[in-house]
Design a protein around this ligand. Structure first.
Ligand SMILES: [Zn+2]
Length: 404
């Protein structure tokens, strides 16, 4: 008799345990329905500031009660809420948007929560404008211009297959450009040995949303004929025509010519460094001492008596000031963006390396040091080591705009 009640008690205990397990969710639900005051938790994951195309937003929602109703609004306008949340930005005009997601639980209180995220819809490729401000389309000439962008974008520009060096400038400095967000200046020297006739500038721009623009600009180079000069260097100077010596010296000079100061330090047009007669123009082929050395004249020679004052063709920084064997007394001025002026055969140098010089300032005195047949100034202009005709840099010609 004693055994039975114990068994009944055990059975009842077991039954109540099963009941509790079985009915807890329902019980909880009922309790939740009436007494839950907690609002749902909603998280919109961080998004890019600028978006394009179709995007997926991985919403995260947490709540005790089921089911949840979710409403999605884009600039207060209700949009279809399918999950995962997809937004086809092509259906909306470009502009600023606020996405609001509202979640409501199914309790008697209808606890609500919302989260918002702001972004810009941009499905428009960046507007790229290439403006050629000065173009002398021949070997020894140059192209100068500007690339304008109406919105922030990464830009890659190539000219004749090589990277175009761009200098970001303040758009406000230029006319008719208030609406430009970015403006890049470029100057490119056309080598004497450039193949003719067609070359191109290609530009690729990608905006912050990922929209791409490609532009291609073709330009035609015209041929320029150069004459040949025969020179005889006096016997005392013929050891200077040695190829090894010339190679070693070119290395010293090129180390400077391949560097460049960022920014622009020249002011307006360049001036001839000496007011005198041109005795040998730019680009002529040169044959020294019956073929002992054959070369190209990378600059202009001006007749100048020993001691004649030589002026800086424009403002900039002295990057080389040295007596070299073939070039003689040499000064090189970096005007910025790789635009440099070079002065050879000086008898005396009046500036030091790193000096900042002003346009027209005397930097040296003419002489006949190095490979010369008589006292003169050899004057060169280079754009990132490409020798260009200095006369293109002087002002006062028709159709000329200042260099910057
Ligand atoms: Zn010369």
């Amino acid at each position: 008799m004693k055994k039975l009640p114990k068994m009944i008690i055990r059975f009842l205990l077991l039954l109540s345990l099963v009941m509790v397990i079985q009915f807890t969710p329902i019980f909880n639900r009922v309790v939740n329905f009436f007494f839950d005051k907690n609002v749902p938790l909603i998280i919109i994951p961080p998004m890019e500031n600028k978006i394009r195309g179709v995007i997926t937003i991985d919403l995260q929602v947490f709540d005790k009660s089921d089911p949840l109703s979710i409403n999605v609004y884009l600039n207060k306008q209700k949009v279809e809420a399918i999950f995962p949340l997809l937004i086809d930005t092509n259906r909306f005009p470009d502009g600023d948007y606020v996405l609001m997601v509202e979640v409501m639980d199914s309790t008697i209180r209808k606890n609500k929560a919302f989260d918002t995220v702001e972004f810009i819809i941009d499905n428009t490729p960046p507007l790229v404008e290439i403006i050629l401000e000065k173009e002398i389309l021949e070997p020894g000439g140059f192209l100068k211009g500007r690339i304008n962008l109406k919105e922030k974008a990464l830009i890659e520009a190539k000219i004749a297959g090589e990277n175009l060096v761009l200098l970001e400038t303040k758009p406000s400095e230029f006319q008719n450009s208030e609406s430009n967000i970015l403006s890049f200046f470029f100057i490119y020297g056309i080598p004497l040995n450039q193949e003719l006739p067609f070359k191109e500038i290609s530009i690729k721009a990608v905006d912050e949303a990922g929209n791409k623009t490609s532009k291609l600009l073709t330009y035609q180079l015209k041929d320029r004929k150069f004459s040949t000069e025969f020179l005889t260097i006096a016997e005392g100077k013929t050891p200077l025509l040695d190829l090894e010596l010339l190679r070693a010296e070119r290395k010293i000079v090129e180390e400077v010519l391949f560097k460049m100061i960022k920014g622009i330090y020249w002011e307006g047009d360049f001036i001839p460094p000496v007011d005198s007669v041109v005795t040998s123009p730019f680009g002529v082929k040169r044959i020294y001492n019956q073929g002992l050395l054959i070369g190209r004249h990378n600059g202009i020679d001006y007749r100048a008596k020993k001691g004649t004052g030589i002026k800086a063709a424009n403002s900039g920084f002295v990057v080389l000031s040295e007596f070299l064997r073939a070039r003689g007394g040499t000064v090189i001025i970096d005007h910025g963006m790789g635009v440099m002026s070079l002065y050879y055969h000086l008898d005396e140098i009046l500036v030091n390396r790193s000096d900042r010089v002003k346009k027209g300032q005397f930097i040296g005195k003419a002489g006949d040091t190095g490979i010369t047949t008589a006292p003169h100034l050899h004057f060169e202009m280079r754009i990132r080591n490409v020798a260009v005709d200095p006369s293109h840099f002087y002002g006062g010609k028709k159709n000329d705009s200042p260099l910057y």
